[in-house]
Design a protein around this ligand. Structure first.
Ligand SMILES: [Ca+2]
Length: 290
């Protein structure tokens, strides 16, 4: 399974009703805010407390995951669930989001995670609901906790009850279907479901020079310069099993319903150009904590 290029699968069939229900975290009941992990003031979100965690991995994973390094993060919020078609549709109706790419009716079912969205679509959606894309560091801490788990649930290898992966369903699973796979903070579907676009440019050279506090990744220029260096030095493979990127790309995290168990490590860094709108990539938003 290619790690850098996310395999999209083949044909889709089946009917689904694309319900149009305007939903907004601002108008929700508040029950979500009482989910495990806390989260006052941000319905449907979980508050990740300030503190350090270990980002990246040594000895396992791929070259761009090294070195493991301590990072200090301010407190922030993260959506407990991936963004659904119903939620995204509300933004489209409000003319603040572009419709997702039409990838077939089965993928448009109201309760499934939205897919077929570009990086900019994800950014625009999060902005519309008063949130923002997560940084790579924020995503990874929410997934593996302060103690540096390999996977959201711990260090044991993935099992079918812990996530939506390896085609255990033929399309993105209903968010929250695999609570045994929740992260230490109670965030759902961080291993499997759909890939989640993040705010950071994919800079494979960033970890060794990472900011120690609230890192936000490198710039497009820095990432492109490093890709050039990798090409010059013939270090194919550093950025994954596909060719070294030729454009500025963004990070996606978490694996997807079609992805093999081996790639579900919370430190696994995947990347695509911002124009990609594929069947396996969707949205989860974050927000600053006051
Ligand atoms: Ca996911």
């Amino acid at each position: 399974m290619s790690r850098a290029r996310v395999f999209e699968g083949a044909m889709w069939s089946g009917a689904a009703v694309a319900a149009v229900v305007v939903a907004s975290w601002a108008g929700a009941s508040g029950l979500e805010a009482q989910e495990k992990g806390g989260g006052q003031g941000r319905e449907g979100m979980i508050l990740i407390p300030a503190g350090a965690f270990t980002m990246g991995a040594d000895g396992v994973g791929e070259q761009d995951e090294r070195p493991a390094h301590r990072v200090e993060l301010s407190a922030y919020y993260i959506d407990k669930y991936e963004v659904t078609n119903t939620q995204y549709e509300a933004c489209v109706k409000a003319r603040k989001c572009k419709p997702p790419k039409d990838l077939g009716e089965a993928l448009r079912a109201s309760d499934r995670p939205v897919v077929g969205v570009s990086w900019a679509n994800a950014r625009d959606y999060c902005q519309w609901v008063g949130k923002r894309l997560l940084t790579e560091a924020e995503w990874e801490k929410a997934a593996r906790g302060a103690e540096g788990r390999t996977y959201p649930w711990g260090n044991e290898p993935p099992t079918p009850d812990r996530g939506c992966f390896a085609w255990n369903e033929p399309r993105p699973c209903v968010p929250g279907s695999y609570p045994a796979g929740d992260s230490p903070y109670g965030v759902a579907d961080m291993a499997g479901g759909v890939w989640e676009w993040l705010g950071d440019v994919y800079d494979a050279s960033y970890y060794p020079r990472s900011a120690k506090k609230d890192p936000k990744g490198g710039t497009c220029a820095e990432s492109l310069a490093f890709f050039e260096k990798l090409r010059r030095e013939r270090r194919e493979g550093f950025t994954g099993s596909n060719p070294i990127p030729t454009e500025c790309e963004y990070v996606l995290r978490g694996g997807a319903y079609n992805y093999a168990a081996a790639g579900l490590r919370s430190s696994n860094r995947v990347h695509h150009g911002p124009h990609f709108r594929i069947k396996v990539a969707g949205i989860r938003c974050g927000a600053d904590a006051p």
